[in-house]
Design a protein around this ligand. Structure first.
Ligand SMILES: [Zn+2]
Ligand SMILES: [Zn+2]
Length: 420
């Protein structure tokens, strides 16, 4: 049996205790340690490593014995795991297979245990060097752009189970907030629509530039991508998007810490000179995981979270504010976080709100009862195994008579709202 000189670290992407399913990824490999963890893993369990670049693995048949590993943590795989007799390949094609490298079944009668999660220093050893970056320096690039606030349109694209919001402004400028989905065919469709619209807008913009003198092409055709957090259903379009389309963007703003090899592959496709990596703030003691306003212009605001092992609570939040309305795009952040430091900037005029975490669990939903200006809510959701949106969540929104639009992307398709 081939075994690497050091044990294989894995990242826990998802655990489904009742179904005995574990989805793993590997830490991003750094320049200093060139090691193919996936290949080592596959060789050790005696199954052929697929040619795909994907590194996420789905393992079935696991008896967690009420001691499941923590999602968002890293572990070393115990040596017992690699007894080849325990392993068999699972042959299946489904909508989610597109981001998985492999599915395998683990048939060990001894309960599965990964032991203790790695601490920060242990896993950073495998991760990249933690270079210090100045937040101000990163944001100064954003400050070189100027933003015009006329003609703002908010779109929540139907990407199935995932998130993709877009704020259009000026002639054909936009901020795209996330682009990911767990559903293969819907994602491919959304990608080709996006590509087609980008090219149509480009021609439109060129015409505008010719027709109106003094029209600054750069300002009227600004493309910015903001990523909320490195969860597959928010970023995996970046792994599939045409590199030429990626190169059309003027700027990418992403959370600095890249947790997995899958995320690293997406990150490596972004042009380094156009990419801002935002470090999450340090948490003070055991205080709440609060968001902090880090940037604003006449159109949108950016908030960052605190360092946390909960990926959903530790990312970037985008909001839009025009003279007569507001929109909050929280991705998977929690209600308390939004309420404490984001909502106070948006408590006047009408509020449009993308429901956090696809209508799944995101803390205390009842807090929205205090948001007197809430008028429209959007669930960015597709077919999923968790039952998003949850009944207690939709129930809370349904009980508020002041909400006059409840939009669910899988039923109502794209949500489009003009904001002025
Ligand atoms: Zn998430
Ligand atoms: Zn999500």
């Amino acid at each position: 049996m081939l075994f690497p000189k050091f044990p294989i670290p894995v990242y826990i992407d998802e655990v489904q205790v009742d179904k005995g399913i574990l989805i793993l990824d590997f830490p991003p490999t750094s320049k200093s340690i060139e090691f193919d963890f996936k290949r080592a893993f596959m060789t050790n369990i005696g199954l052929e490593s697929s040619l795909t670049e994907s590194t996420m693995l789905e393992i079935r048949g696991i008896d967690f014995q009420n001691k499941p590993p923590r999602v968002g943590s890293y572990y070393f795989l115990p040596e017992v795991f690699f007894n080849q007799n325990f392993w068999s390949e699972v042959d299946s094609e489904d909508q989610e297979s597109h981001f998985l490298a492999f599915k395998a079944e683990y048939n060990n009668s001894i309960p599965f245990s990964l032991g203790k999660a790695l601490n920060r220093n242990e896993y950073l050893f495998f991760g990249e060097e933690n270079e210090v970056e100045n937040l101000e320096k990163a944001l100064s690039i954003l400050r070189t752009f100027s933003f015009k606030s006329s003609k703002i349109q908010l779109v929540a694209h139907d990407v199935g189970q995932g998130n993709c919001n877009q704020v259009f402004f000026g002639c054909c400028s936009f901020v795209m907030y996330d682009f990911g989905s767990r559903e293969k065919s819907i994602l491919e469709n959304a990608l080709s629509n996006f590509d087609a619209k980008l090219h149509a807008d480009h021609i439109d913009c060129r015409l505008n530039t010719i027709l109106s003198e003094g029209y600054n092409d750069k300002e009227s055709n600004l493309k910015i991508f903001v990523l909320s957090h490195w969860d597959i259903d928010h970023f995996n379009a970046l792994n599939q998007m045409d590199q030429r389309v990626i190169d059309l963007f003027d700027l990418f703003v992403v959370p600095k810490e890249i947790p997995t090899d899958t995320a690293k592959r997406a990150f490596d496709r972004l042009p380094p000179d156009k990419t801002l990596r935002i470090e999450m703030r340090r948490r003070i003691g055991r205080g709440p995981n609060q968001l902090e306003l880090i940037y604003m212009n006449d159109i949108f605001r950016l908030f960052r979270g605190s360092k946390s092992s909960n990926r959903n609570k530790s990312g970037l939040v985008l909001t839009v504010k025009t003279p007569n309305c507001n929109a909050i795009l929280p991705a998977d952040h929690h209600y308390d976080q939004i309420n404490d430091t984001v909502y106070p900037y948006h408590n006047e005029n009408e509020l449009y709100f993308i429901v956090p975490h696809h209508g799944g669990h995101a803390g205390r939903v009842s807090i929205i009862n205090n948001w007197l200006n809430l008028r429209e809510v959007v669930y960015s959701v597709g077919n999923n195994q968790w039952g998003h949106p949850f009944g207690y969540v939709t129930g809370t929104y349904n009980a508020l008579a002041r909400i006059n639009v409840r939009h669910e992307t899988r039923i109502n398709s794209d949500y489009k709202k003009t904001m002025n």
